[in-house]
Design a protein around this ligand. Structure first.
Ligand code: PXP
Length: 240
């Protein structure tokens, strides 16, 4: 069964709505771990719209499972990652105007810069994952840039209308996943997944990790984060 990485950015989004101290993402990480999270994920954005530097520092000290830092390959953020040393860095594109990470990283168009960032992060023992669209050209570029892991963007699958359109998106994810594995990289997936659409993705052969945030934090408001994580683990294991 694929591991579950729980993205707790939206707990920080709620805190930042009042620029106060609660709810604290550090508490959220504890609850997520108690619910069975296999990894904790946070995205330290350049604009610091949700997760703050202090959160990453404290999470690195307190989280018991591997910490996955989502980040853009920016000089300032790479320097923070090199200092804090999360277990894993997932490199994502970042646009100031986006509501959430919109598309995958264009590794093919930025191979030298990404390769340099991967080299620095890998040198201190951080595993590097590329968040990419289900596109074979991007898979090959990720391999060339030195990534050991690719996280396939499941947003288009999640947004597709049920039926032929969704089947087509699922097939794209499956084919790209096969290429990732054939290239010797680890296969992860995430974005837009929820309790009812996760099963088809969880069935992908040799999938290592699923990274899920919004659906879990949303359900956590009503049933508690610990329970919301536990139920997502059940959804993943049931695989429809
Ligand atoms: N994976 C990556 C790389 C992301 O940027 C995000 C969103 O922060 C997720 C997974 C989780 O997406 P969602 O919040 O839609 O579950």
């Amino acid at each position: 069964m694929a591991k579950l990485g729980v993205n707790i950015d939206h707990v920080a989004t709620l805190r930042q709505a009042r620029l106060g101290t609660e709810p604290d993402p550090v508490w959220a990480a504890v609850e997520a771990e108690l619910g069975g999270a296999d990894l904790i994920t946070v995205h330290l954005r350049e604009d610091r719209r949700h997760i703050q530097d202090r959160d990453v520092e404290l999470l690195r000290q307190t989280v018991q499972v591997p910490l996955n830092l989502e980040m853009a390959a920016l000089k300032e953020i790479v320097a923070i990652a090199l200092r804090i040393k999360p277990a894993m860095a997932t490199l994502v594109p970042e646009k100031r105007t986006e509501v959430t990470t919109e598309g995958g990283l264009d590794v093919a168009a930025n191979t030298p810069a990404l390769s340099a960032a991967v080299g620095k992060l890998s040198a201190v023992g951080i595993m590097c994952s590329a968040f990419i669209d289900a596109d074979l050209r991007q898979v090959h570029a990720a391999k060339q840039a030195g990534f050991g892991i690719c996280e396939l963007h499941t947003g288009p699958y999640a947004l597709a209308a049920a039926g032929a359109q969704r089947d087509k998106e699922l097939e794209r994810v499956r084919a790209a996943g096969e290429e990732i594995l054939n290239s010797g990289m680890q296969l992860n997936a995430g974005h837009g997944l929820n309790y009812t659409n996760v099963q088809a993705i969880a069935r992908l052969p040799h999938l290592s990790e699923l990274h899920i945030g919004h659906a879990i934090v949303s359900r956590g408001i009503f049933i508690g984060l610990r329970e919301a994580v536990a139920r997502m683990k059940i959804a993943i294991s049931s695989m429809g």
